[in-house]
Design a protein around this ligand. Structure first.
Ligand code: ADP
Length: 599
């Protein structure tokens, strides 16, 4: 740009200089020629005027016998006023035009009969300026004593030509100098114009790269200076507009990124227009660079009648699809229409807002299961009690031994119901944070000894080998002793229950680190299938209903144990292998953050 502007300025200045000089040259040359001619004729007419001194001198000289030489001498004496020189001569001719005398004999012998000369020979005035003539001439006739001669002045105009050449060469020199000057001037001029423009261009480029820091320096208060100032103002305005826009965008971006719901927007032709972090996490490895509406549809295409199931194009009608199962998660999907801009055009697209309702779904499922389980657990003993009562009523003569059997059965079932109700109440208090805790600092080794002693009677019944080992040094812990012992008894009694007679049940306690102790209760019993282990802490969850009913369990023991341990900020983990045995690891903080309810 700089280059072309530079050449444009040079061209304009050169053309201007050439035009001005050529015009002035032509005008000058024309004027010089006209002036020269005019000057010649004016002077001749003035000198040879009838009343002029020269004319009267000439007429007087004609009266002499030696008029020819007298005329010559007279004209010689006037040669200064007549301007006689190498290029201008005078000739004295007789009335036939024959040369008598003059300043150049040779030229005088071969004079051309010009219109002015012819006019003078015929007695008229020979003073006409001939247009386009290469010479200027003047002829006048002098008559006296019946003699007449023609005085003829002829200027070859070589003097004027020489002068014109001088003028021409001056014009040429002026032109060359002016051109050089114009080129130098145009260089500075173009520099003066292009430098600020280049600065503006540079700044515009920086702007394109996102650099809003550098202002253009303003050197003048002319149009370019105003342009620079306006550019700076425009940049500042643009920056503040962009700042506002990018702040807004950043806010939206943040909201969008940290939105727990997964959001994907698709273009008209199914490309991903936008996807947020939650969506990328949800789809994991399935989210590839070629991910589009079809991949999305096939991912969610489950046995449910998904809205996306048989659509190859984005769905236009907004709708909600609930309970879509995907990758172990339960999803609610809201579909909606969107409008977006691309390539300066507005298009229709599709947005899917995916809400992960797995937690709610699970909660609802376990609530339903819980209600079903409670009802079932209550009905079983009630049916037995009812059966025993009915049998006794129907048979009035029932022997006393039988009656006792039925009454004992009713009593056992009542105990079972009491246990269930008591366990449910314990859980309910734990759930509602209504449990009354009694936190004390006690010797855990003593407590473990007490617990194993309690269980030992049962273990001996089943001929189990029950061992306790405490790795010293075992610190005192602060916890709700009674409830922790309840947890240990629950787990130990499970080990006793679910281990075939003559098995091994061990209790090991150790300090795991500065803040934690670990109690491991292990048996070599029937174990728990892998798929059940992860659900074993759920309320009423039992591996096989049959094996529990035999043992009289409620299916709430482990759930209560977990709630109590977790309330103490501890943890409980089960490892088990079917037919090999079960290992329950309880970790407890040496000092629980749990506070006594009396405090
Ligand atoms: P329950 O009162 O039925 O024993 P729990 O909540 O204590 O209820 O245990 C839940 C289920 O976990 C039991 O029904 C049993 O099937 C299984 N279980 C618990 N402990 C063991 C164990 N040590 N060995 C084998 N199975 C066990």
């Amino acid at each position: 740009m700089k280059k072309s502007l530079y050449f444009k300025i040079i061209l304009i200045l050169v053309l201007f200089v050439v035009t001005v000089i050529v015009f002035s040259g032509v005008i000058l040359l024309n004027n010089v020629t006209s002036y020269y001619m005019l000057d010649f004729y004016n002077r001749m007419e003035e000198l040879f005027d009838d009343n002029s001194k020269l004319k009267s001198d000439l007429s007087r000289a004609m009266e002499n016998e030696s008029y020819k030489s007298d005329l010559k001498h007279l004209l010689d004496s006037y040669s200064g006023v007549l301007g006689i020189d190498d290029y201008r001569n005078f000739y004295i001719l007789d009335n036939t035009g024959r040369y008598i005398d003059g300043t150049d004999d040779e030229l005088g012998q071969s004079l051309e009969k010009t219109p002015n000369l012819i006019a003078a020979l015929s007695g008229k005035d020979g003073s006409k300026m001939q247009a386009g003539s290469e010479f200027a001439d003047y002829a006048t006739r002098i008559t006296a004593n019946e003699r007449s001669v023609v005085i003829y002045i002829k200027d070859s105009m070589d003097e004027m030509q020489r002068f014109i050449w001088i003028i021409f060469s001056i014009v040429l020199q002026t032109m060359v100098l002016s051109l050089i000057f114009a080129i130098i001037l145009s260089f500075f001029l173009s520099k003066a114009i292009t430098s600020p423009i280049r600065n503006i261009t540079e700044s515009a480029k920086q702007l394109r790269e996102g650099d809003f820091e550098h202002d253009i320096e303003i050197y003048s208060d002319d149009e370019i200076g105003m342009l620079s100032a306006t550019f700076n103002e425009m940049k500042a305005a643009l920056k503040s507009t962009l700042d506002v826009a990018s702040d807004e965008r950043a806010k939206l971006e943040t909201v969008f990124t940290y939105l727990r719901d997964a959001v994907i927007a698709f273009t008209e032709d199914g490309r991903v227009l936008h996807i947020n972090k939650s969506a990328i996490e949800l789809f994991g490895d399935a989210y590839t660079p070629s991910f589009n509406v079809n991949s999305f549809i096939s991912l969610l295409n489950t046995e449910t009648d998904s809205p996306a199931s048989d659509k190859s194009k984005p769905q236009i009608d907004p709708l909600i699809e609930s309970d879509i199962m995907y990758n172990g998660r339960v999803l609610d999907i809201n579909f909606g229409n969107i409008k977006y801009n691309e390539n300066n055009k507005t298009h229709d697209g599709l947005i899917a807002v995916i809400h992960d309702i797995t937690g709610r779904y699970e909660l609802e499922r376990s609530r339903r299961e819980f209600v079903a389980n409670v009802s079932h657990e209550m009905r079983t003993p009630l049916t037995s009690i009812r059966g025993a009562c009915e049998t006794m009523l129907q048979d009035e003569n029932m022997p006393e031994d039988f009656r006792r059997v039925f009454l004992n059965m009713a009593l056992t079932e009542c105990d079972r119901m009491t246990n269930i109700v008591s366990d449910l109440l314990t859980l309910s208090r734990l759930d509602n944070k209504k449990t009354r805790w009694k936190i004390s600092t006690y010797n855990i080794a003593d407590s473990l000894k007490h617990v194993t002693d309690v269980i030992r009677v049962d273990a001996q019944k089943h001929k189990h080998k029950l061992t306790l080992s405490v790795v010293p040094p075992m610190p005192e812990i602060s916890a709700d002793r009674e409830r922790i012992e309840q947890v240990l008894i629950n787990i130990l009694s499970n080990s006793v229950k679910y281990t075939p007679d003559g098995g091994q049940v061990s209790v090991q306690a150790s300090k795991r680190d500065e803040n934690t102790i670990e109690i491991v209760i292990a048996d070599n019993g029937i174990g728990i299938p892998k798929e059940d282990v992860k659900r074993i802490f759920e309320r009423f969850y039992r591996v096989e209903k049959s094996r529990t009913s035999e043992t009289g369990g409620t299916g709430l023991g482990l759930a209560i144990a977990k709630e109590i341990v977790n309330a103490h900020a501890g943890d409980i983990v089960i490892d088990s292998e079917l037919e090999k045995g079960t290992k329950v690891t309880i970790s407890l903080p040496i000092k629980t953050p749990l506070k006594s309810s009396d405090d």
